[in-house]
Design a protein around this ligand. Structure first.
Ligand code: ASP
Length: 354
């Protein structure tokens, strides 16, 4: 996008003849609006997602071309991961809590209707993103949790199923056996080091040619979490956020660190002030570092956890940033640019972990 497609929203003074040196009060030209850099739609479809979202953004591209709504397309995209037993970070086959129970979190926002929906600690339903969308579509509420969220889903005909696959159960058993030496579980061989707590989630943010925006995030959350723990994914403004005038953003990684900076919202706000999506993601990561407690910082003041942000503006520009590169280089994120779905390198805040 060229710089001149970003133009300052016009403001008008409220008074004439203000004394020299006085602060001129300003009012938006049209009604009550957040002061913003105005981002015009570029007339193309686009999507950005976490690195496990290549199939999701491909699906979104196909659906947008058929005129499908941005949120419907985003949910169809992330459903691919939710239903995939091999993705142990999302939906069916997700890694369970410390008691071996899979508890899922999801949220979504729909720009055109300015609505939001979410579920947290949902058990037994494979597609929490769809349940979150039902909360958005059919209720006066935004967030349903636990047993209530499950009953809500069952009332719409969702099936209750066992979400723990053999693969996830075996990983949980290895973690339980190895998590400490002072308990009654005897250690077992574990090449995958489940004690390191694998993380994962899918976030997908979508814009269509008309400039309509939506976002969704869905996850099984932090592996081995305390039962009842809710991460950032179902928190509107943290796990994902859509502003119909600006764009959308979302996150994967250590949810507690994102919740404290309202990272989805903050990233969108940085774009509102004129930042490109990648810069907005990096700026949010800086805020995360500033808000990190000492016990989670290494001796060089760098976080000991991982966190990623993904963002798209109404113009269809997208980007992503992570705290650190991985062992084999920068982490990747998935994007659809109007033509093709591909993986791209994330920007990184630090060139390496300490
Ligand atoms: N953000 C998720 C959570 O904290 C986990 C993840 O993305 O790895 O629940």
């Amino acid at each position: 996008m060229s710089a001149d497609s970003l133009t300052r929203r016009e403001f008008v003074g409220t008074a004439t003849g203000v004394a020299a040196g006085a602060v001129l009060a300003v009012t938006p030209a049209r009604g009550i609006e957040a002061p913003a850099v105005h981002i015009r739609p570029a007339g193309r479809n686009a999507a950005v997602a976490s690195g496990n979202g290549l199939r999701a953004v491909g699906k979104v591209g196909e659906l947008l071309a058929q005129g499908v709504d941005t949120l419907d397309a985003a949910v169809e995209g992330v459903k691919i991961q939710e239903l995939d037993p091999e993705d142990t970070s999302v939906g069916y086959g997700g890694l369970p809590n410390e008691e071996g129970v899979v508890q899922l979190d999801a949220s979504c926002m729909h720009g055109p209707s300015r609505r939001a929906g979410a579920v947290a600690c949902l058990e037994g339903i494979k597609t929490p993103s769809v349940v979150a969308q039902y909360v958005l579509l059919y209720t006066n509420h935004i967030l349903l949790v636990g047993e209530g969220a499950k009953r809500f889903a069952l009332s719409y005909g969702f099936k209750e199923e066992d979400l723990l696959t053999e693969k996830s159960r075996q990983a949980w058993l290895r973690w339980r056996a190895n998590r400490g030496t002072a308990d009654d579980w005897l250690p077992v061989a574990d090449t995958e080091q489940m004690v390191a707590r694998p993380t994962g989630t899918i976030n997908c943010n979508v814009v269509n040619a008309k400039g309509e925006v939506s976002s969704v995030t869905t996850t099984s959350g932090l592996a081995w979490k305390i039962p009842g723990r809710v991460g950032d994914s179902p928190i509107i403004g943290a796990g994902q956020y859509t502003d119909p005038d600006v764009g959308a953003a979302g996150s994967t990684g250590r949810g507690e660190s994102n919740i404290k900076v309202c990272g989805g919202f903050l990233t969108v706000e940085f774009m509102r002030r004129g930042m490109k999506p990648t810069d907005a993601c990096l700026e949010t990561l800086k805020r995360v570092v500033a808000m990190t407690e000492q016990r989670l910082l290494d001796e060089r003041g760098r976080p000991t956890f991982s966190l990623n942000f993904y963002a798209i503006n109404k113009n269809g520009e997208f980007g992503s940033a992570s705290l650190f590169p991985g062992r084999d280089g920068p982490p990747t994120y998935a994007a659809f640019d109007g033509q093709t779905a591909a993986l791209h390198d994330c920007a990184v805040l630090y060139d390496r972990r300490a």
